[in-house]
Design a protein around this ligand. Structure first.
Ligand code: ATP
Ligand code: MG
Length: 224
């Protein structure tokens, strides 16, 4: 993973959601914390090209995101509200949807879709209606739908948001075990407590860039 921000900024009219930011991200695990509205999701959307910088550049694995027509295929994004990324009503079909247009047979697509769920011990969710799933089941379905496309970088925007203790622990374990590079945005500080690099955003600026313990301490200072 090679992500470079070069004086990248995002403004919405007069509001600066992200002040010019320069940094390079190469670590396998990056945490992102900060208050509501501090710019975390804006930062994440710049990485997959969903938001283009209004100034500066964001270069992901050697490509300028501004030059891409839409989002970068190698960056998987699990949204803050996973229900918003479900496209088809049945879980299996929704996961399979991401594999269309790759020259795979119907049987291959089905096998891969079920395999993606099985990775999390959730093969039983395949025939379920996505809108009937619980919050935790939905998180796992959304994760499967993104991972099946083989992203190099995974962005998880508040992945434990609505989860009970059991599903929270499951998602934490899943994140720990992912071979993919992961950028984890969270208010759940325990989730990133072991990370070697955590970014703290405050009012659209990077307030700290440090190992978890130091970054969390800085975050607590901001709140105090
Ligand atoms: N499309 C938009 N138009 C106008 N303002 C926006 C837009 N998206 C974000 N903002 C503003 O940019 C700022 C940063 O928002 P962002 O979503 O990045 O925050 P966040 O740190 O992810 O917050 P939260 O923890 O609540 O998810 C906020 O003030 C927000 O209102
Ligand atoms: Mg957010």
């Amino acid at each position: 993973m090679d992500i470079r921000f070069e004086e990248a900024a995002v403004s919405y009219g007069a509001r600066e959601a992200l002040a010019p930011l320069t940094l390079s991200l190469t670590e396998n695990r990056i945490g992102v914390i900060g208050l509501n509205g501090s710019g975390k999701t804006t930062f994440a959307r710049l990485i997959n090209g969903l938001t283009k910088p209004t100034a500066g550049r964001v270069i992901v694995n050697g490509r300028d995101t501004a030059g891409e027509r839409s989002t970068l295929p190698e960056v998987g994004f699990i949204f803050q509200q996973p229900q918003n990324q479900i496209i088809l009503p049945i879980v299996r079909d929704d996961i399979a949807f991401g594999l269309k247009g790759r020259g795979l047979s119907k049987a291959e697509i089905e096998t891969k879709a079920e395999g993606a769920l099985a990775r999390f011990g959730a093969a039983h969710l395949a025939p379920r209606r996505a809108h009937e799933l619980s919050g935790g089941e939905l998180q796992i379905a959304a994760l499967s739908a993104v991972l099946v496309t083989g992203p190099n970088i995974l962005i998880l925007d508040e992945p434990t948001n609505q989860l009970d203790l059991k599903n929270r622990a499951l998602v934490q374990k899943i994140i720990e075990g992912l071979p993919e590079n992961a950028i984890v945005i969270t208010h759940d500080l325990e989730l990133i407590a072991d990370f070697g690099r955590v970014l703290v955003f405050h009012e659209g600026r990077l307030a700290a860039d440090a190992p978890a313990a130091d970054a969390i301490a800085r975050y607590r200072e901001i709140v105090a």
